[in-house]
Each structure stands twice: as C-alpha cells, then as structure tokens.
Design a protein around this ligand. Sequence first.
Ligand SMILES: [Zn+2]
Length: 487
Amino acid sequence: MRFFVAMVSHETNTFSPISTDRGQFEARGLHYGGELLEAYRDTGTCLGGMLDGAAAAGVTLVPSLAAAASPAGRVAKDFYADVRARLLADLRAAGPLDGVLLDLHGAMVVDGLDDGEGDLLRAVRATVGATPIAVTLDFHANVTAAMVESATLLHGYKTYPHVDMDARGREAALRLAEVAGGRRRPTVAFRQPPLLPPIAGQATTRGPMRRLYDLADAMERRAGVLTVSVFAGFPLADIRDAGLSIYVATDGDQALADALADELAAAAWALRREFLHTALPVPEAVARALALDGRPVVLADIADNTGGGAAGDTTTILRELLRVGARSATVACLWDPAAVRACVEAGVGATVSLSVGGRVDPSHGAPLAVSGRVRTLSDGRFVHRGPMCRGLEGRLGTTAVLDVNDVKVILISHRWQTLDPEMIRFVGIDPPGEKILVVKSSVHYRAAFEPIARAILEVDAPGLSSSNLGRFAFANVRRPIFPLDEL
Ligand SMILES: [Zn+2]
C-alpha cells in the first residue's frame, strides 16, 4: 500500500498581536519531501508515530511537507495559500494512493479563514475522491463539521500534557491500513456541547478530563468501536466552533456511535463546573514559594504560555522576585531577541543594564529595567528528553542567561514553551538545585517537572493564555456557551 503523509500544525490564539508568517514556520520547522522523514523518524511526535505505524503495516509513504510554528496570532494568508497549494500539487503528483495520513492541529485560524483545517481537509477530499483520509488532531482542536465530514477517521490526542502523540500517529496509520484494506467501514458521530473549558482546567491526570477519558477509554474497548476522542478545545481562538467536542467512530454501526457520543456529551456537560480554575495572585505565590522548605518550587506562569499563543515575554513574576530579593531562582524562558542581542554584544561575564520583556503585549505588563551579568550565551539548540517530544530538536535561537543577583533570566530568540527541564539544563543551570523555577507553561510542564518539583504553584499573572476567560472580549464563539454564559 502507498500512503501520502503531511503535517500542517498551528494553534492560533486570535487575541495575540503576533502574526504567524513564514518566518515563524521557518524558525520552528518547515520540511519538504524526504526531509520530513529524516526530521521526525524516531521522535515522540505524531509524525514519528505515523512513520513507525506505516513501517509496521508494510506501507510505503509518499512524504509531502511538514510545517509547524509556535502558537501565536492568525496564520498569514499568503503562507497558508502556499502550503495548501504545495500539498495539493504533491497529492496530484503522488500517483495511485491507498490512503492519506495528515498530522494537523485542529485549531488553526488563518487571516480571513476561521476554520483552517476544515478548508484544507475539504480541498484534500476534493482532490482524492473516495480514498480514505486519516487525521491526527491535537487535544486542543476546535473540531468543525467540515473536518468531520471530509476525513474518514479523526484521532485526537487523549492526554494533556500530550504524552501520547506518537501512539496516536501510529494508531492512525494502522487504522488507515485496515480501512484501505476494506477490513473496517467507519461510521462516525460528532457532538459539540456548549462548553468552552479554560486551558488550566483541562489536564488529563486528574479532574473532569480524566473522568471523561476514563469513560471514553472504556467505550473504546467495546467491540465494534474504532476510536473515541474528547477534544477539550482551544478557548483562545475566538471562532464559532471553539470549545469541547466529542468524536466517536464505530465499525459500521451508526446507532452505537450516536449513543456513545450522546453519553459522553452529557457527561461533559454534567462536569462543566469542575473545569473552572483559579490560581494564586503573584505576590502570594512568590511568598509561598520562598516559605516552602526544599527545592525546587515551580511557579507556573500559566497565562504567559507561548504554547497557548501568549507572548512569552511578560515580566510580572520576575518583577516580584526582584522586589522581594529572591535568590537561587530561574525564569524559563523570556522571549526577547533584542535583549539577547545586547547580551551578545556585551559578551559573557560583562555587566549590562537593559530592559527585558513586555515588548509585544503592553496590555499585559511593561518592560522591566534590570542590571545583571551575562552568565552564558548559546545557539539555543537542545534535544527534548522529557516525556513530550522526546528526541525532537528544540531551537530557541540565540540564547543568553542574564544573572540579576542570583535571579537568572533565560532570554531566548525563538518562542518555545518551557515543557522540558532540558531547556534550563542546557544553558548550564541545574533545575533541581534552584529554589524557584518560573516556568511559562499552562499544563505541559507537568509531565517533566512534576517528578523533580518539591511543589508546584499555579500563578494568576496577566497574559494571553490566562484561564480567566472573563478577561477576553469574545465576539465570534457560538453563544450561549459555558462559562461565558450561565446556562
Ligand atoms: Zn495541545
């Protein structure tokens, strides 16, 4: 068998002022043809799992392109048009295909086009006719009817932190081989209860999403059920279809798919209040961290998570650490290419005075004037070693560590979520040796930081990935929807 394979991945925060253009994709990862296979083979990613599953099923892959950028504002129209045209041209040139494997995110919003993946999947369907299409989607996908109707099977990640990406990729490849071989005939059901869960309430290790996935996992073990996904959705994409959704695929049994989807939708609705989330105010969080015995204490800056489209340059927690004279603290990481350049010009060991952060999104805090010593400089390349993205190379761009009275600020040039202690270790700081680690991440950091943390405190600082949805001016999401509206 021959399967076409491609990846297009972006999680779009429509409240972000940072436009996602070609440069953002080039910084993160843009691969064509066989490069795709080299970049993702044996990595803990969806594509890594797809390559593995295809090999296990004896499938030959026809690689097209892989394009991913750090979450931010809407994707530039011209870049999306290029990627779409190239993918469709590759598809037409691919020769006879038995299936199409796509690794998509599901919450991509393009300039002038709210449902990015729906548009792409419709175009792929129109190109390949009846050929089966299997798609992996992020746990944060805002799934639309267009995606459901255009794909043969959708496979959502079942974990947040996303530690099952490779398993889902592998599953998608194996299921597609079964469908292409005529051994499965998917019938699907899709439900969108009026629910917009905030990000910090979506973890699958505990809470409402754990309970929903316990239910979904039990359903998936039943005879005749192919796959069950509960998508928590990405609330900061202000589009009609943002929010939680349910997808059930059965083998030729529409009534069963409908019944299971209805049961899950009702369960999600019953759990709605458990998604609501509160975190500590900044001064209280810092005071508590300093008072705790043992180390390290992780202060999770959940509202400035670049993985949720926030700037990654807010300074509120750093400002408080300096105000109270904290020591043995590391802020990982602050996105500020201009500050990095100033550190490079000064050189390692030099003392510099400059302002850091607060450049992108002034509504969430101002730049902070600091004086410190340039501790290290690096090219920002590291390899993920935690449970997420294992084996994948990370690129932070030129990176500087500025030491301000033993508060060490890791300044990076490319936005990247702090989901791996390796991002601290590779610049010469020992994470377990620090008293305080400020980590800009909503939930993903937990997979790799929980095992080393003495305690974790979630902080309610300002930022574009805040889980306090009342702070955002929603205009397009379907209403009424909980918790924006009381239903
Ligand atoms: Zn996600």
